[in-house]
Design a protein around this ligand. Structure first.
Ligand code: NAG
Ligand code: NAG
Ligand code: NAG
Ligand code: NAG
Ligand code: NAG
Ligand code: NAG
Ligand code: NAG
Ligand code: NAG
Ligand code: NAG
Length: 393
């Protein structure tokens, strides 16, 4: 099969009364029949007709007036030369017990997803409208084993879990994404990661605004050559590498990741790397990671390395992490923290963090002097002048 490099354009918009028109993407000439979907009506599941149309038609239109009831998981893999124009709404049936046992399972960290979309040469856009945002069911979109994907101008609302998973993707770009997770529960919108990247190479996430309750972006196992740029994250757990090295017998890699021009507000973390230590865990390498130009506001832990993640100090001393961390730069990070410690580099004993540079920090605690904490890291130059001599355990 000839796989030419046309982008997938996918644009979702689901805020009520905004009615922004779909951005005027160039419509790719895909040649064959166009199918327009109308809802089957009250009590009916529109998933089968949606799936059939995606398989049978080269262009599928869900008009702005249509709200499709999705009550069966959507396996849209293996598509070729498709154009999905989702101007209307996909409303995931609010049947929590059903979904919890009927999503597509991912063994990795026990995740499930509503919708997997994959293939090559797919053009789609989605400009959804909902008259009542509280009626919307969460969307989780997994870009699945796909190549050359552009996901742009999406608004995603109230995912019950992660918003986006890039699973085994190559050359996937997200741009102009708006993510909002609001929760009426006292626990907040838990686990609503903006993006998780898994076994994927060459991923770009840019020009997006995220308001959520867990990682803004998380680089998980085997994320390589990733660029995160120009994000505005509020309420999140930060831009995180990991956690890595959790599972015995596995070797996890995160390499060549740059996160640049990030605004991080009211967040648990700013820029973070976390790797497991302790008995019976895995191993790996975190290499060539740069966090540059972060503007942080009220962030609990603005700069963090935790190479004893979920491990007591005693266990970390006895079983240091086998996930090595090297060639890391945290630079040009400014703003405010919520506590006195503005940077904390906690590595396992035995030179398992190397070539870590932290400089050009301008982070201010709410009161008093900023504290810089470190252990088991050898810092050089201007980094050492901030941290002094790190404790060796
Ligand atoms: C959606 O489909 C399910 C399954 O057929 C059905 O139980 C439910 O009533 C439908 N919802 C709507 C709003 O029609
Ligand atoms: C999706 O459908 C394809 C083609 O029918 C099948 O090969 C694949 O196993 C399905 N994927 C999942 C996760 O069920
Ligand atoms: C939105 O939907 C919810 C749930 O059905 C309902 O309680 C609420 O009144 C609706 N709000 C508006 C503005 O229609
Ligand atoms: C990556 O994907 C984009 C579409 O999103 C495409 O335009 C570009 O040519 C692809 N690059 C490579 C190296 O395949
Ligand atoms: C990650 O990449 C390494 C090196 O290629 C490989 O050994 C490991 O199995 C990969 N992990 C997963 C979960 O694919
Ligand atoms: C980005 O975040 C800041 C702080 O939360 C906010 O004041 C600003 O309006 C945001 N910008 C955009 C474009 O959303
Ligand atoms: C990281 O980038 C370097 C330089 O471009 C490249 O040689 C190396 O293969 C990349 N590593 C991975 C895992 O892609
Ligand atoms: C480090 O990663 C960046 C991308 O984040 C890449 O441009 C650069 O070539 C890499 N450097 C090395 C030495 O691999
Ligand atoms: C230290 O890391 C930086 C940033 O990745 C890299 O440019 C430099 O070559 C590394 N130095 C050594 C000695 O490996």
């Amino acid at each position: 099969m000839q796989l030419t490099l046309l982008p997938i354009l996918l644009a979702l918009s689901s805020l009520p009364a905004i009615l922004a028109n779909a951005p005027s993407h160039t419509v790719q000439n895909v040649g064959r029949a166009s199918c327009t979907l109308a809802p089957l009506g009250a009590g009916k599941d529109d998933s089968p007709q949606f799936l059939t149309a995606m398989q049978a038609c080269s262009t599928v239109v869900v008009p702005a007036t249509s709200t499709l009831n999705i009550s069966t998981r959507l396996n849209m893999t293996g598509l070729t030369n498709k154009h999905l124009s989702l101007q209307g709404t996909l409303r995931f049936d609010p049947n929590i017990p059903y979904w919890s046992t009927n999503g597509f399972p991912f063994t990795f960290q026990t995740q499930i997803t509503f919708w997997i979309l994959g293939g090559t040469n797919i053009v789609a856009w989605y400009d959804a409208f909902a008259s009542n945002s509280s009626l919307l069911r969460p969307i989780i979109l997994t870009i699945f084993q796909a190549k050359n994907v552009l996901v742009q101008n999406i608004k995603m609302l109230n995912s019950p879990e992660w918003f986006n998973l890039v699973n085994e993707g190559q050359n996937v770009t997200y741009s102009g994404i708006t993510i909002n997770a609001a929760s009426t529960s006292s626990h907040g919108p838990s686990n609503t990661d903006g993006w998780d990247i898994y076994r994927s190479d060459n991923v770009v996430i840019k020009d997006s605004v995220i308001n959520n309750g867990d990682d803004c972006v998380s680089f998980k196992v085997n994320s390589t050559n990733v660029l995160v740029s120009n994000l505005n994250c509020t309420g999140s757990h930060g831009i995180s590498v990991g956690s890595l090295g959790q599972f015995a017998g596995m070797f996890d890699i995160v390499e060549n990741v740059t996160s640049i021009n990030v605004r991080m507000s009211n967040a648990q973390n700013g820029a973070r790397i976390k790797a497991w230590a302790g008995s019976g865990v895995g191993s790996g390498i975190v290499k060539n990671i740069t966090f540059i130009n972060f503007i942080e506001s009220k962030v609990d832990n603005p700069v963090v390395i935790d190479q004893c993640y979920m491990t007591s100090a005693a266990a970390c001393a006895q079983f240091p992490s086998n996930t090595l961390i090297q060639d890391v730069v945290f630079t040009q990070i400014s703003g405010t923290s919520t506590g006195s410690t503005v940077a904390n580099l906690a590595c396992s004993p035995g030179a398992r963090c190397s070539n870590i540079t932290v400089n050009n920090l301008a982070l201010t605690p709410p009161s008093g002097t900023a504290k810089y904490a470190c252990q088991n890291v050898k810092l050089s130059g201007s980094s050492a002048s901030l941290f002094g001599t790190c404790a060796t355990t």
